[in-house]
Design a protein around this ligand. Structure first.
Ligand code: CIZ
Ligand code: SF4
Length: 319
């Protein structure tokens, strides 16, 4: 704990010294979220991370999250120095959607708008008409459908399927999935619900349809966090990465938050829902990134300029 305190102090002075701000995702470990909070940084979902980073005056953004978040920051703010604690932190959705295959897939349907989830590489964004996050995906697809557009959706099939069911949009889905959310099981959640009968079930739409079906609220991380503030239930069963519990508990200290199980029964695997790549972000690596200017994000200029168009479309989209 003493070591941690030293590390934290060192990071705090490095942030000031380097004119840097910490941009942390809800799924990072508590220690990282705490630091972001204490140093004037932000804890957010990927949409708000992008907005915050682009609008902040700091010369350096330290993005604690996964690679696509750092790349998004670089695309939006090429003049800033974008650092990540580790460049190893990626995402199963990003990995499962390589640019060559994806581009060939899109070429088969030239009459469709290409809508990609933020959880993709810069190159995939550069091939897209729209980038969306789970916070505004529904509204953007609704908007495109009203305009008579047909859609290619990538990479998350569960989120895509959810949007398709909600909007009735004509969508062709890429078959990617999030290794964390895909593991939630309806049976395990219902077993828990029989113990906590008053509990509201909150589900991120990267989860399978059978899990989305039993949810009281389906939404992005920030939408689920808002639900815990607004709903009067005293217990919440939460099917998303357990990193989100830090903000949920902070906002509602008297409420009970229960991790949705990823196994078949309410009693098993109560702590598995944590993204292994988010977990790579440690205080030590964060310190090293700042101290040695390591973990620097680069995006080729041609890719950046193309990727900026659909990303800016997302940021300019008024809900
Ligand atoms: O699962 C993720 O990586 C999420 C929820 C990203 C985001 O949009 O904040
Ligand atoms: Fe990707 Fe899932 Fe990890 Fe989010 S939680 S970064 S979608 S693997």
């Amino acid at each position: 704990v003493v070591d941690n305190q030293e590390l934290r102090d060192e990071i705090k002075s490095l942030l000031i010294q380097k004119n840097a701000v910490l941009v942390a995702h809800y799924y990072t470990d508590d220690a990282i979220q705490e630091l972001a909070e204490e140093t004037g940084g932000v804890i957010a979902d990927s949409l708000e991370m992008a907005r915050f980073g682009a609008n902040h005056e700091a010369q350096t953004l330290v993005v604690a999250g996964v690679k696509f978040m750092g790349e998004t920051a670089k695309i939006l703010s090429p003049e800033k120095n974008i650092l990540m604690p580790t460049l190893e932190a990626t995402c199963s959705l990003d990995i499962g959607c390589p640019i060559e295959e994806f581009s060939a897939f899109c070429d088969q349907y030239p009459d469709r708008k290409v809508v990609v989830y933020a959880n993709t590489s810069a190159a995939v964004k550069a091939r897209a008409d729209w980038v969306v996050t789970s916070s505004i995906a529904l509204q953007v697809v609704e908007h495109l459908t009203e305009q008579g557009e047909k859609i290619i959706w990538a990479p998350d099939q569960h989120l895509g399927g959810y949007i398709q069911r909600e909007t009735g949009a004509d969508m062709i889905l890429w078959d990617g999935a999030c290794i964390v959310h895909e593991e939630f099981k309806a049976k395990g959640i219902l077993d828990l619900k029989s113990i906590y009968s008053d509990a509201a079930i909150l589900v991120h739409p990267e989860s399978p349809e059978s899990v989305v079906e039993i949810a009281d609220v389906v939404g992005s991380t920030s939408q689920l966090l808002n639900a815990t503030k607004q709903m009067s239930n005293d217990t919440f069963i939460v099917a998303t990465d357990r990193g989100i519990f830090y903000k949920m508990r902070q906002a509602s200290p008297s409420k009970r938050f229960v991790e949705a199980p990823t196994g078949g029964s309410g009693a098993t695997c109560r702590s598995c829902a944590h993204c292994p790549w988010m977990a790579l972000n440690s205080l030590e690596m964060l310190r090293n990134a700042l101290k040695y200017n390591s973990g620097q994000i680069h995006v080729a200029e041609e890719t950046r300029v193309k990727g900026l168009i659909p990303l800016q479309r997302m940021l300019d989209f008024q809900v």
